[in-house]
Design a protein around this ligand. Structure first.
Ligand code: GTP
Ligand code: SPV
Ligand code: MN
Length: 589
Protein backbone atom coordinates (compact mmCIF):
# COMPACT_ATOMS: atom_id res chain seq x y z
CA UNK A 1 0.00 0.00 0.00
CA UNK A 2 2.96 2.35 0.46
CA UNK A 3 4.26 1.58 -3.05
CA UNK A 4 4.75 4.86 -4.90
CA UNK A 5 4.80 6.82 -1.62
CA UNK A 6 6.41 10.25 -2.01
CA UNK A 7 8.88 9.52 0.80
CA UNK A 8 11.37 6.82 1.87
CA UNK A 9 11.11 7.84 5.53
CA UNK A 10 10.81 4.48 7.23
CA UNK A 11 9.19 5.98 10.34
CA UNK A 12 6.45 7.31 8.13
CA UNK A 13 6.12 4.26 5.90
CA UNK A 14 6.04 1.80 8.81
CA UNK A 15 3.33 3.79 10.53
CA UNK A 16 1.28 4.09 7.33
CA UNK A 17 1.53 0.29 6.85
CA UNK A 18 0.24 -0.08 10.38
CA UNK A 19 -2.76 2.24 9.99
CA UNK A 20 -3.62 0.78 6.60
CA UNK A 21 -3.75 -2.72 8.00
CA UNK A 22 -5.82 -1.46 10.93
CA UNK A 23 -8.35 0.70 9.04
CA UNK A 24 -8.44 -1.41 5.83
CA UNK A 25 -9.25 1.33 3.31
CA UNK A 26 -9.94 0.49 -0.35
CA UNK A 27 -7.35 3.01 -1.55
CA UNK A 28 -4.52 5.04 -0.13
CA UNK A 29 -4.02 8.54 -1.53
CA UNK A 30 -1.05 10.73 -0.64
CA UNK A 31 -1.96 14.39 -0.59
CA UNK A 32 0.72 16.17 -2.58
CA UNK A 33 -0.33 19.76 -2.02
CA UNK A 34 -0.97 20.29 -5.73
CA UNK A 35 -4.05 22.37 -6.49
CA UNK A 36 -5.15 19.97 -9.23
CA UNK A 37 -5.41 17.09 -6.75
CA UNK A 38 -7.35 19.21 -4.25
CA UNK A 39 -9.69 20.34 -7.01
CA UNK A 40 -10.38 16.72 -7.99
CA UNK A 41 -11.21 15.94 -4.36
CA UNK A 42 -13.54 18.93 -4.05
CA UNK A 43 -15.35 17.73 -7.18
CA UNK A 44 -15.64 14.25 -5.74
CA UNK A 45 -16.99 15.64 -2.45
CA UNK A 46 -19.55 17.68 -4.41
CA UNK A 47 -20.69 14.54 -6.21
CA UNK A 48 -21.48 12.86 -2.89
CA UNK A 49 -22.98 15.93 -1.20
CA UNK A 50 -20.17 16.22 1.33
CA UNK A 51 -19.49 19.68 -0.11
CA UNK A 52 -21.68 22.03 -2.12
CA UNK A 53 -20.08 24.43 -4.55
CA UNK A 54 -21.22 28.01 -3.90
CA UNK A 55 -21.81 30.87 -6.36
CA UNK A 56 -18.56 31.11 -8.33
CA UNK A 57 -19.07 34.82 -9.08
CA UNK A 58 -19.93 35.96 -5.56
CA UNK A 59 -17.87 33.42 -3.62
CA UNK A 60 -15.20 32.03 -5.95
CA UNK A 61 -13.65 28.77 -4.78
CA UNK A 62 -16.04 28.56 -1.82
CA UNK A 63 -17.95 25.53 -0.52
CA UNK A 64 -20.67 24.70 1.97
CA UNK A 65 -20.43 21.72 4.29
CA UNK A 66 -22.86 20.37 6.89
CA UNK A 67 -21.61 18.17 9.67
CA UNK A 68 -23.79 15.56 11.32
CA UNK A 69 -26.32 17.38 13.56
CA UNK A 70 -24.97 15.48 16.57
CA UNK A 71 -21.45 16.55 15.72
CA UNK A 72 -21.18 20.34 15.69
CA UNK A 73 -18.63 21.29 18.37
CA UNK A 74 -15.65 20.08 20.33
CA UNK A 75 -16.55 17.37 22.82
CA UNK A 76 -14.50 17.93 25.92
CA UNK A 77 -15.96 14.98 27.77
CA UNK A 78 -14.53 12.64 25.12
CA UNK A 79 -11.15 14.35 24.78
CA UNK A 80 -8.32 12.50 26.55
CA UNK A 81 -4.71 13.02 27.51
CA UNK A 82 -3.22 9.55 27.86
CA UNK A 83 0.05 9.93 29.71
CA UNK A 84 1.69 6.93 31.44
CA UNK A 85 0.34 8.12 34.82
CA UNK A 86 -2.86 9.98 35.67
CA UNK A 87 -0.79 12.44 37.69
CA UNK A 88 0.98 13.67 34.52
CA UNK A 89 -2.34 14.59 32.89
CA UNK A 90 -3.50 16.29 36.06
CA UNK A 91 -6.94 16.91 37.56
CA UNK A 92 -8.30 19.03 34.69
CA UNK A 93 -7.87 16.45 31.89
CA UNK A 94 -9.69 13.22 31.12
CA UNK A 95 -7.19 10.40 31.43
CA UNK A 96 -6.97 6.73 30.68
CA UNK A 97 -4.08 4.31 30.74
CA UNK A 98 -2.42 4.48 27.29
CA UNK A 99 -2.37 0.71 26.74
CA UNK A 100 -6.04 0.36 27.70
CA UNK A 101 -6.92 3.29 25.45
CA UNK A 102 -4.95 1.93 22.47
CA UNK A 103 -6.74 -1.36 22.89
CA UNK A 104 -10.15 0.27 23.00
CA UNK A 105 -9.38 2.52 20.03
CA UNK A 106 -7.86 -0.24 17.91
CA UNK A 107 -11.17 -2.08 18.11
CA UNK A 108 -13.02 1.00 16.94
CA UNK A 109 -10.59 1.64 14.07
CA UNK A 110 -10.53 -1.98 12.92
CA UNK A 111 -11.86 -1.93 9.36
CA UNK A 112 -13.37 1.54 9.79
CA UNK A 113 -12.26 2.60 6.28
CA UNK A 114 -13.56 -0.42 4.37
CA UNK A 115 -15.14 0.87 1.17
CA UNK A 116 -13.47 4.24 1.65
CA UNK A 117 -10.36 6.07 0.52
CA UNK A 118 -7.63 6.91 3.00
CA UNK A 119 -5.92 10.26 2.57
CA UNK A 120 -2.46 10.92 3.93
CA UNK A 121 -1.85 14.60 4.63
CA UNK A 122 1.70 15.66 5.49
CA UNK A 123 1.38 19.06 7.16
CA UNK A 124 3.48 21.65 8.92
CA UNK A 125 2.55 23.91 11.80
CA UNK A 126 4.48 27.14 11.12
CA UNK A 127 6.25 27.88 7.86
CA UNK A 128 8.05 24.80 6.67
CA UNK A 129 11.58 26.19 6.81
CA UNK A 130 11.12 27.60 10.30
CA UNK A 131 13.43 26.04 12.87
CA UNK A 132 10.38 26.02 15.18
CA UNK A 133 8.01 24.25 12.78
CA UNK A 134 6.39 21.02 13.93
CA UNK A 135 5.47 18.50 11.27
CA UNK A 136 2.56 16.13 11.36
CA UNK A 137 0.92 13.53 9.19
CA UNK A 138 -2.84 13.29 9.38
CA UNK A 139 -4.44 10.16 8.01
CA UNK A 140 -8.16 10.60 7.39
CA UNK A 141 -11.13 9.22 5.48
CA UNK A 142 -12.71 12.67 5.06
CA UNK A 143 -12.28 14.92 2.04
CA UNK A 144 -13.64 17.78 4.16
CA UNK A 145 -10.66 17.28 6.45
CA UNK A 146 -8.22 17.22 3.51
CA UNK A 147 -9.47 20.44 1.95
CA UNK A 148 -9.79 22.14 5.36
CA UNK A 149 -6.25 21.15 6.35
CA UNK A 150 -5.11 22.57 3.00
CA UNK A 151 -6.46 25.94 4.18
CA UNK A 152 -5.46 25.77 7.84
CA UNK A 153 -1.90 24.44 7.47
CA UNK A 154 0.96 24.10 4.98
CA UNK A 155 0.59 20.67 3.39
CA UNK A 156 2.00 18.22 0.89
CA UNK A 157 5.26 16.84 -0.50
CA UNK A 158 7.23 19.89 0.59
CA UNK A 159 6.60 18.81 4.20
CA UNK A 160 7.87 15.28 3.54
CA UNK A 161 10.99 16.74 1.91
CA UNK A 162 11.63 18.92 4.93
CA UNK A 163 11.01 15.98 7.28
CA UNK A 164 13.56 13.88 5.39
CA UNK A 165 14.29 10.64 7.23
CA UNK A 166 13.59 12.06 10.68
CA UNK A 167 11.17 10.38 13.12
CA UNK A 168 10.18 13.83 14.49
CA UNK A 169 6.58 14.19 13.40
CA UNK A 170 3.17 13.91 15.02
CA UNK A 171 1.08 10.93 13.99
CA UNK A 172 -2.58 11.85 13.59
CA UNK A 173 -5.14 9.20 12.76
CA UNK A 174 -8.67 10.35 12.05
CA UNK A 175 -11.71 8.41 10.91
CA UNK A 176 -15.30 9.54 10.68
CA UNK A 177 -16.08 5.85 11.27
CA UNK A 178 -19.85 5.81 11.94
CA UNK A 179 -19.98 9.34 13.42
CA UNK A 180 -21.32 7.59 16.49
CA UNK A 181 -21.38 10.03 19.45
CA UNK A 182 -21.01 7.07 21.83
CA UNK A 183 -17.85 5.91 20.10
CA UNK A 184 -16.39 9.40 19.70
CA UNK A 185 -12.86 9.88 21.01
CA UNK A 186 -10.26 12.60 20.60
CA UNK A 187 -7.18 11.14 22.24
CA UNK A 188 -3.66 12.43 22.73
CA UNK A 189 -0.63 10.35 23.63
CA UNK A 190 1.93 13.11 24.27
CA UNK A 191 4.82 10.71 24.96
CA UNK A 192 4.15 8.94 21.64
CA UNK A 193 3.56 12.19 19.75
CA UNK A 194 0.30 10.63 18.59
CA UNK A 195 -3.30 11.80 18.17
CA UNK A 196 -6.27 9.54 17.47
CA UNK A 197 -9.68 10.95 16.61
CA UNK A 198 -12.69 8.84 15.70
CA UNK A 199 -16.43 9.16 15.11
CA UNK A 200 -16.45 12.91 14.52
CA UNK A 201 -16.30 15.14 11.46
CA UNK A 202 -16.38 18.50 13.24
CA UNK A 203 -13.42 20.91 12.84
CA UNK A 204 -11.93 21.13 16.30
CA UNK A 205 -12.15 17.35 16.74
CA UNK A 206 -10.70 16.43 13.36
CA UNK A 207 -8.41 19.16 12.00
CA UNK A 208 -5.64 17.63 14.03
CA UNK A 209 -3.08 20.38 13.41
CA UNK A 210 -5.12 22.89 15.36
CA UNK A 211 -6.13 22.30 18.98
CA UNK A 212 -4.80 18.72 19.09
CA UNK A 213 -1.26 19.32 17.80
CA UNK A 214 -0.67 23.06 18.05
CA UNK A 215 -2.00 23.26 21.62
CA UNK A 216 -2.31 19.92 23.43
CA UNK A 217 0.75 18.16 21.99
CA UNK A 218 2.69 21.42 21.52
CA UNK A 219 2.09 22.58 25.10
CA UNK A 220 3.65 19.29 26.25
CA UNK A 221 6.59 19.72 23.84
CA UNK A 222 6.99 23.36 24.85
CA UNK A 223 7.19 22.37 28.52
CA UNK A 224 10.01 19.96 27.69
CA UNK A 225 11.77 22.24 25.21
CA UNK A 226 11.47 25.61 26.96
CA UNK A 227 8.81 27.41 24.97
CA UNK A 228 5.05 27.94 25.21
CA UNK A 229 2.04 26.95 23.10
CA UNK A 230 -0.86 29.23 23.97
CA UNK A 231 -4.51 29.76 23.00
CA UNK A 232 -3.81 33.32 21.91
CA UNK A 233 -4.41 35.73 19.07
CA UNK A 234 -1.49 37.93 18.00
CA UNK A 235 -2.17 41.51 16.95
CA UNK A 236 0.14 44.27 15.71
CA UNK A 237 -0.81 47.87 16.53
CA UNK A 238 0.83 50.81 14.75
CA UNK A 239 0.57 54.19 16.43
CA UNK A 240 0.57 57.55 14.62
CA UNK A 241 4.36 57.75 15.14
CA UNK A 242 4.69 54.63 13.01
CA UNK A 243 5.82 52.34 15.84
CA UNK A 244 4.35 48.83 15.65
CA UNK A 245 3.84 46.95 18.92
CA UNK A 246 2.45 43.48 19.35
CA UNK A 247 0.09 41.98 21.89
CA UNK A 248 -1.05 38.39 22.40
CA UNK A 249 -4.40 37.68 24.01
CA UNK A 250 -5.89 34.48 25.45
CA UNK A 251 -9.68 34.32 25.50
CA UNK A 252 -11.71 31.09 25.76
CA UNK A 253 -13.48 29.71 22.69
CA UNK A 254 -16.03 32.11 21.18
CA UNK A 255 -14.94 34.97 23.46
CA UNK A 256 -13.53 37.34 20.87
CA UNK A 257 -10.06 36.27 19.67
CA UNK A 258 -10.80 36.38 15.95
CA UNK A 259 -12.58 39.70 16.41
CA UNK A 260 -9.76 41.35 18.34
CA UNK A 261 -7.13 39.89 16.00
CA UNK A 262 -8.67 41.72 13.04
CA UNK A 263 -10.07 44.82 14.66
CA UNK A 264 -10.50 48.03 12.71
CA UNK A 265 -9.63 51.16 14.72
CA UNK A 266 -12.42 53.65 15.51
CA UNK A 267 -12.64 56.54 13.05
CA UNK A 268 -10.69 59.17 14.95
CA UNK A 269 -7.93 56.64 15.59
CA UNK A 270 -7.77 55.84 11.87
CA UNK A 271 -7.72 59.52 11.04
CA UNK A 272 -4.84 59.99 13.45
CA UNK A 273 -2.88 57.21 11.73
CA UNK A 274 -3.49 54.12 13.88
CA UNK A 275 -3.30 50.82 12.01
CA UNK A 276 -3.69 47.17 13.02
CA UNK A 277 -2.20 43.96 11.66
CA UNK A 278 -3.35 40.39 12.26
CA UNK A 279 -0.61 37.86 12.93
CA UNK A 280 -2.88 35.13 14.29
CA UNK A 281 -6.41 34.63 15.60
CA UNK A 282 -6.23 31.50 17.76
CA UNK A 283 -2.84 30.02 18.57
CA UNK A 284 0.53 31.52 19.51
CA UNK A 285 3.81 29.69 19.91
CA UNK A 286 6.02 31.78 22.13
CA UNK A 287 9.79 31.67 22.60
CA UNK A 288 12.51 33.67 24.25
CA UNK A 289 14.40 35.74 21.69
CA UNK A 290 18.11 36.63 21.74
CA UNK A 291 17.07 40.10 22.87
CA UNK A 292 15.55 38.71 26.08
CA UNK A 293 12.01 39.39 24.95
CA UNK A 294 9.18 36.98 24.24
CA UNK A 295 8.52 36.39 20.54
CA UNK A 296 5.29 34.91 19.21
CA UNK A 297 4.41 33.26 15.93
CA UNK A 298 1.19 31.81 14.59
CA UNK A 299 1.61 28.18 13.55
CA UNK A 300 -1.57 28.16 11.46
CA UNK A 301 -2.16 29.18 7.85
CA UNK A 302 -5.86 30.01 8.00
CA UNK A 303 -8.77 30.96 10.23
CA UNK A 304 -11.47 28.63 11.59
CA UNK A 305 -13.76 31.38 12.77
CA UNK A 306 -17.20 31.63 14.35
CA UNK A 307 -19.70 32.72 11.67
CA UNK A 308 -22.67 34.08 13.69
CA UNK A 309 -22.17 37.71 14.60
CA UNK A 310 -19.52 38.21 11.90
CA UNK A 311 -20.57 41.17 9.78
CA UNK A 312 -19.20 44.22 7.99
CA UNK A 313 -19.43 46.27 11.18
CA UNK A 314 -18.20 43.77 13.77
CA UNK A 315 -15.42 42.17 11.74
CA UNK A 316 -15.08 43.32 8.15
CA UNK A 317 -11.62 41.79 7.83
CA UNK A 318 -12.92 38.33 8.75
CA UNK A 319 -15.83 38.72 6.37
CA UNK A 320 -13.47 39.75 3.56
CA UNK A 321 -11.24 36.77 4.36
CA UNK A 322 -14.14 34.43 3.55
CA UNK A 323 -14.90 35.88 0.11
CA UNK A 324 -12.84 33.30 -1.78
CA UNK A 325 -11.37 29.81 -1.39
CA UNK A 326 -13.22 29.30 1.91
CA UNK A 327 -15.41 26.61 3.40
CA UNK A 328 -18.56 27.37 5.39
CA UNK A 329 -19.78 24.78 7.87
CA UNK A 330 -23.31 24.59 9.29
CA UNK A 331 -24.51 27.98 8.06
CA UNK A 332 -27.72 28.87 6.15
CA UNK A 333 -27.68 28.12 2.42
CA UNK A 334 -29.39 30.84 0.39
CA UNK A 335 -30.83 28.88 -2.51
CA UNK A 336 -31.74 31.91 -4.62
CA UNK A 337 -28.20 33.02 -5.26
CA UNK A 338 -26.31 30.00 -3.91
CA UNK A 339 -24.55 31.95 -1.16
CA UNK A 340 -24.48 31.67 2.61
CA UNK A 341 -26.05 33.50 5.53
CA UNK A 342 -25.93 33.41 9.32
CA UNK A 343 -27.50 35.23 12.26
CA UNK A 344 -25.90 38.63 12.65
CA UNK A 345 -24.60 38.85 9.06
CA UNK A 346 -27.20 41.44 8.04
CA UNK A 347 -30.90 42.27 8.44
CA UNK A 348 -31.92 40.58 5.21
CA UNK A 349 -32.12 36.84 5.80
CA UNK A 350 -32.70 34.86 2.62
CA UNK A 351 -36.30 34.10 1.63
CA UNK A 352 -35.56 30.79 -0.05
CA UNK A 353 -33.12 28.90 2.09
CA UNK A 354 -32.21 25.77 4.01
CA UNK A 355 -30.85 25.82 7.54
CA UNK A 356 -27.67 24.25 8.93
CA UNK A 357 -29.35 20.87 8.88
CA UNK A 358 -30.48 21.26 5.27
CA UNK A 359 -34.14 21.79 6.18
CA UNK A 360 -36.28 24.48 4.49
CA UNK A 361 -35.97 27.56 6.68
CA UNK A 362 -37.16 31.15 6.97
CA UNK A 363 -36.27 33.75 9.56
CA UNK A 364 -39.95 33.95 10.66
CA UNK A 365 -39.71 30.40 11.97
CA UNK A 366 -38.17 31.87 15.10
CA UNK A 367 -35.46 29.22 14.91
CA UNK A 368 -31.81 29.88 14.22
CA UNK A 369 -30.83 29.11 10.64
CA UNK A 370 -27.11 28.76 11.30
CA UNK A 371 -25.77 26.68 14.16
CA UNK A 372 -24.41 28.97 16.93
CA UNK A 373 -21.02 27.29 16.41
CA UNK A 374 -21.16 27.43 12.61
CA UNK A 375 -17.78 28.36 11.19
CA UNK A 376 -15.80 29.57 8.19
CA UNK A 377 -12.44 28.13 7.18
CA UNK A 378 -10.55 30.89 5.35
CA UNK A 379 -6.96 31.25 4.10
CA UNK A 380 -4.96 33.77 6.13
CA UNK A 381 -3.64 35.38 2.92
CA UNK A 382 -7.19 36.57 2.23
CA UNK A 383 -7.18 38.79 5.32
CA UNK A 384 -6.87 42.45 4.29
CA UNK A 385 -4.92 43.29 7.45
CA UNK A 386 -2.63 40.25 7.54
CA UNK A 387 0.73 41.22 9.04
CA UNK A 388 3.92 41.30 7.00
CA UNK A 389 5.37 39.18 9.83
CA UNK A 390 2.76 36.43 9.37
CA UNK A 391 5.08 34.31 7.24
CA UNK A 392 8.26 34.82 9.23
CA UNK A 393 9.85 32.17 11.43
CA UNK A 394 10.83 34.38 14.31
CA UNK A 395 7.44 36.03 14.64
CA UNK A 396 6.89 39.23 16.59
CA UNK A 397 8.08 40.58 19.96
CA UNK A 398 5.35 40.91 22.58
CA UNK A 399 4.76 44.13 24.49
CA UNK A 400 1.78 42.79 26.41
CA UNK A 401 -0.02 39.55 27.19
CA UNK A 402 -3.75 39.88 27.76
CA UNK A 403 -6.08 37.42 29.41
CA UNK A 404 -9.84 37.79 29.20
CA UNK A 405 -13.14 36.06 29.48
CA UNK A 406 -16.85 36.53 29.23
CA UNK A 407 -18.05 37.76 32.62
CA UNK A 408 -21.36 39.58 33.08
CA UNK A 409 -20.16 40.85 36.46
CA UNK A 410 -17.00 40.80 38.62
CA UNK A 411 -14.19 41.29 36.07
CA UNK A 412 -13.50 44.94 35.22
CA UNK A 413 -13.03 46.23 31.66
CA UNK A 414 -9.27 46.05 32.15
CA UNK A 415 -6.67 45.67 34.88
CA UNK A 416 -2.94 45.18 34.96
CA UNK A 417 -1.00 42.70 37.03
CA UNK A 418 1.74 43.93 39.37
CA UNK A 419 4.45 41.64 38.04
CA UNK A 420 5.02 38.61 35.83
CA UNK A 421 4.27 36.20 38.67
CA UNK A 422 1.14 38.13 39.62
CA UNK A 423 0.20 38.09 35.92
CA UNK A 424 0.46 34.31 35.93
CA UNK A 425 -1.92 34.36 38.92
CA UNK A 426 -4.30 36.59 36.94
CA UNK A 427 -4.24 34.10 34.05
CA UNK A 428 -4.69 31.14 36.37
CA UNK A 429 -7.86 32.56 37.95
CA UNK A 430 -9.59 33.32 34.64
CA UNK A 431 -13.23 32.37 34.50
CA UNK A 432 -15.65 32.67 31.64
CA UNK A 433 -19.18 31.80 30.63
CA UNK A 434 -19.28 28.67 28.47
CA UNK A 435 -20.17 29.02 24.76
CA UNK A 436 -21.44 26.90 21.88
CA UNK A 437 -17.86 26.12 20.79
CA UNK A 438 -17.97 23.03 22.98
CA UNK A 439 -20.91 20.71 23.63
CA UNK A 440 -22.69 21.18 26.94
CA UNK A 441 -24.52 23.94 28.73
CA UNK A 442 -23.94 27.50 27.46
CA UNK A 443 -23.56 30.54 29.73
CA UNK A 444 -22.28 28.83 32.87
CA UNK A 445 -19.26 30.46 34.50
CA UNK A 446 -16.34 28.06 34.76
CA UNK A 447 -12.66 28.47 35.56
CA UNK A 448 -10.60 28.37 32.38
CA UNK A 449 -6.98 29.16 33.27
CA UNK A 450 -5.20 30.99 30.46
CA UNK A 451 -8.13 29.84 28.22
CA UNK A 452 -6.25 26.53 28.17
CA UNK A 453 -8.57 24.34 30.26
CA UNK A 454 -9.56 22.16 27.26
CA UNK A 455 -6.17 22.44 25.55
CA UNK A 456 -3.39 21.88 28.07
CA UNK A 457 -1.65 18.58 27.29
CA UNK A 458 -0.28 17.98 30.80
CA UNK A 459 -0.82 18.82 34.49
CA UNK A 460 -2.19 22.34 34.91
CA UNK A 461 0.01 22.86 37.99
CA UNK A 462 3.13 22.03 35.96
CA UNK A 463 1.86 24.32 33.24
CA UNK A 464 1.60 27.24 35.71
CA UNK A 465 5.07 26.44 37.00
CA UNK A 466 6.31 26.56 33.39
CA UNK A 467 4.83 30.05 33.06
CA UNK A 468 6.59 31.11 36.29
CA UNK A 469 9.87 29.61 35.08
CA UNK A 470 9.63 31.28 31.67
CA UNK A 471 9.19 34.61 33.46
CA UNK A 472 12.46 34.05 35.31
CA UNK A 473 14.27 33.41 32.02
CA UNK A 474 13.02 36.46 30.09
CA UNK A 475 14.94 39.66 30.70
CA UNK A 476 12.21 41.93 29.36
CA UNK A 477 8.92 40.13 29.89
CA UNK A 478 5.76 41.65 28.45
CA UNK A 479 3.37 43.17 31.00
CA UNK A 480 0.30 41.08 31.75
CA UNK A 481 -3.29 42.37 31.69
CA UNK A 482 -6.85 41.10 32.00
CA UNK A 483 -9.81 42.42 30.00
CA UNK A 484 -13.55 41.81 29.94
CA UNK A 485 -15.63 43.18 27.04
CA UNK A 486 -18.73 41.41 28.32
CA UNK A 487 -19.94 43.21 31.47
CA UNK A 488 -23.70 43.67 31.30
CA UNK A 489 -26.17 46.12 32.80
CA UNK A 490 -29.27 45.16 34.77
CA UNK A 491 -31.15 44.44 31.53
CA UNK A 492 -28.38 42.15 30.34
CA UNK A 493 -27.01 44.51 27.65
CA UNK A 494 -23.28 44.74 27.09
CA UNK A 495 -22.08 48.04 28.57
CA UNK A 496 -18.81 48.36 26.67
CA UNK A 497 -19.23 48.82 22.88
CA UNK A 498 -16.49 46.26 22.12
CA UNK A 499 -15.12 45.19 18.74
CA UNK A 500 -13.10 48.04 17.08
CA UNK A 501 -13.58 50.17 20.18
CA UNK A 502 -11.48 47.67 22.11
CA UNK A 503 -8.50 49.54 20.65
CA UNK A 504 -9.26 52.25 23.23
CA UNK A 505 -8.37 49.74 25.93
CA UNK A 506 -5.38 48.42 23.97
CA UNK A 507 -4.02 51.95 23.74
CA UNK A 508 -4.05 52.15 27.55
CA UNK A 509 -2.42 48.72 27.74
CA UNK A 510 0.39 49.79 25.40
CA UNK A 511 0.97 53.00 27.34
CA UNK A 512 1.18 50.99 30.55
CA UNK A 513 3.62 48.62 28.87
CA UNK A 514 5.78 51.61 27.96
CA UNK A 515 5.31 53.00 31.46
CA UNK A 516 4.19 56.32 30.00
CA UNK A 517 0.94 56.62 31.95
CA UNK A 518 -0.16 56.37 35.60
CA UNK A 519 -2.85 54.08 36.92
CA UNK A 520 -4.96 53.62 40.05
CA UNK A 521 -4.10 50.91 42.54
CA UNK A 522 -6.85 48.41 43.19
CA UNK A 523 -6.71 45.32 45.42
CA UNK A 524 -6.45 43.10 42.33
CA UNK A 525 -3.92 45.16 40.35
CA UNK A 526 -3.74 48.46 38.48
CA UNK A 527 -6.85 49.94 36.85
CA UNK A 528 -7.07 52.91 34.49
CA UNK A 529 -7.89 56.37 35.73
CA UNK A 530 -11.27 56.75 34.00
CA UNK A 531 -10.12 59.83 32.09
CA UNK A 532 -7.28 57.80 30.54
CA UNK A 533 -9.60 55.67 28.43
CA UNK A 534 -10.31 57.59 25.21
CA UNK A 535 -14.10 57.83 24.80
CA UNK A 536 -14.20 60.31 21.92
CA UNK A 537 -17.07 59.41 19.60
CA UNK A 538 -18.71 56.95 22.03
CA UNK A 539 -22.16 57.29 23.58
CA UNK A 540 -20.88 56.24 27.00
CA UNK A 541 -19.33 58.81 29.33
CA UNK A 542 -16.47 58.83 31.82
CA UNK A 543 -18.85 57.80 34.63
CA UNK A 544 -19.63 54.57 32.79
CA UNK A 545 -15.92 53.90 32.31
CA UNK A 546 -15.45 54.54 36.04
CA UNK A 547 -18.11 51.89 36.77
CA UNK A 548 -16.53 49.47 34.32
CA UNK A 549 -13.16 49.65 36.06
CA UNK A 550 -14.52 49.66 39.60
CA UNK A 551 -13.80 46.59 41.69
CA UNK A 552 -16.71 45.25 43.72
CA UNK A 553 -14.88 44.06 46.87
CA UNK A 554 -17.66 41.73 48.00
CA UNK A 555 -17.79 39.97 44.64
CA UNK A 556 -14.01 39.73 44.59
CA UNK A 557 -13.87 38.32 48.11
CA UNK A 558 -16.26 35.61 46.95
CA UNK A 559 -14.11 35.15 43.87
CA UNK A 560 -10.98 34.60 45.97
CA UNK A 561 -12.81 32.11 48.19
CA UNK A 562 -13.77 30.24 45.00
CA UNK A 563 -10.17 30.31 43.78
CA UNK A 564 -8.85 29.01 47.10
CA UNK A 565 -11.24 26.08 46.71
CA UNK A 566 -10.36 25.62 43.02
CA UNK A 567 -6.64 25.61 43.73
CA UNK A 568 -6.98 22.71 46.23
CA UNK A 569 -7.14 20.09 43.49
CA UNK A 570 -3.64 21.00 42.30
CA UNK A 571 -2.08 20.05 45.65
CA UNK A 572 1.73 20.22 45.69
CA UNK A 573 1.79 21.21 42.05
CA UNK A 574 0.37 24.64 42.80
CA UNK A 575 3.34 27.01 42.42
CA UNK A 576 4.31 28.91 45.59
CA UNK A 577 4.12 32.15 43.62
CA UNK A 578 0.41 31.61 42.96
CA UNK A 579 -0.31 30.71 46.58
CA UNK A 580 1.43 33.92 47.62
CA UNK A 581 -0.46 36.02 45.05
CA UNK A 582 -3.76 34.61 46.32
CA UNK A 583 -2.86 35.43 49.93
CA UNK A 584 -1.78 38.96 48.99
CA UNK A 585 -4.97 39.59 47.03
CA UNK A 586 -7.12 38.30 49.88
CA UNK A 587 -5.28 40.58 52.27
CA UNK A 588 -5.65 43.59 49.97
CA UNK A 589 -9.38 42.99 49.69
P1 GTP B 1 -12.94 30.59 18.84
O1 GTP B 1 -12.72 30.68 17.38
O2 GTP B 1 -13.98 29.63 19.26
O3 GTP B 1 -11.69 30.36 19.61
O4 GTP B 1 -13.61 32.00 19.28
P2 GTP B 1 -12.96 33.45 19.31
O5 GTP B 1 -12.30 33.65 20.63
O6 GTP B 1 -12.16 33.68 18.10
O7 GTP B 1 -14.25 34.38 19.33
P3 GTP B 1 -14.84 35.34 18.18
O8 GTP B 1 -13.93 36.48 17.88
O9 GTP B 1 -15.27 34.50 17.04
O10 GTP B 1 -16.12 35.92 18.92
C1 GTP B 1 -17.12 35.07 19.43
C2 GTP B 1 -18.38 35.82 19.68
O11 GTP B 1 -18.14 36.91 20.57
C3 GTP B 1 -18.99 36.41 18.42
O12 GTP B 1 -20.37 36.21 18.45
C4 GTP B 1 -18.67 37.87 18.52
O13 GTP B 1 -19.63 38.65 17.88
C5 GTP B 1 -18.61 38.12 20.02
N1 GTP B 1 -17.66 39.20 20.33
C6 GTP B 1 -16.37 39.29 19.92
N2 GTP B 1 -15.80 40.43 20.37
C7 GTP B 1 -16.73 41.08 21.09
C8 GTP B 1 -16.75 42.31 21.82
O14 GTP B 1 -15.76 43.05 21.89
N3 GTP B 1 -17.90 42.64 22.44
C9 GTP B 1 -19.00 41.84 22.39
N4 GTP B 1 -20.09 42.22 23.02
N5 GTP B 1 -19.05 40.67 21.69
C10 GTP B 1 -17.92 40.30 21.06
C1 SPV C 1 -12.35 26.77 19.67
O1 SPV C 1 -13.29 26.09 20.08
O2 SPV C 1 -11.57 27.38 20.45
C2 SPV C 1 -12.10 26.91 18.23
C3 SPV C 1 -12.81 26.05 17.35
O3 SPV C 1 -11.28 27.69 17.79
S1 SPV C 1 -12.20 24.46 17.36
O4 SPV C 1 -11.23 24.34 16.29
O5 SPV C 1 -13.33 23.62 17.19
O6 SPV C 1 -11.52 24.20 18.62
MN1 MN D 1 -11.70 32.29 16.56
Amino acid sequence: MTKGAPTDNKYVLDWIEEVVSLCKPDNVIWITGEESQLEELRKEACSTGELEKLNEEKLPGCYLHRSDPRDVARVESRTFICTPTKEEAGPTNNWEDPDAMYEKLNKLYDGCMKGRDMYIIPFSMSIIDSPFAKFGIEVTDSIYVVVSMAIMTRIGNQVLEALGDSPQYTKGLHSKAKLDPEGRYIVHFPQDNTIMSINSGYGGNVLLGKKCLALRIASYLGHNEGWMAEHMLILGIENPQGEVKYVAAAFPSACGKTNLAMLIPPKHYRDAGWKTYCVGDDIAWIRIGDDGRLWACNPENGFFGVAPGTNAKSNLNALESTKKNSIFTNVVHDLDDNTVWWEGLNDTPPKNAVDWQGRPWTADSGEKGAHPNSRFTAPAVNCPCISTEFNTAKGVPLSAIIFGGRRAKTAPLVYQSRSWDHGVFVGSIMASETTAAATGQVGVVRRDPMAMLPFCGYHMGDYWQHWIDMGKKVKNPPKIFNVNWFRTDDEGHFIWPGFGDNLRVLEWILKRSDETIDADEAPIGYVPKPEDIDIEGLTIGEDVVRDLVTIDRDLWKEEMAGIREYYKQFGDKLPEELKKALEETEAAL
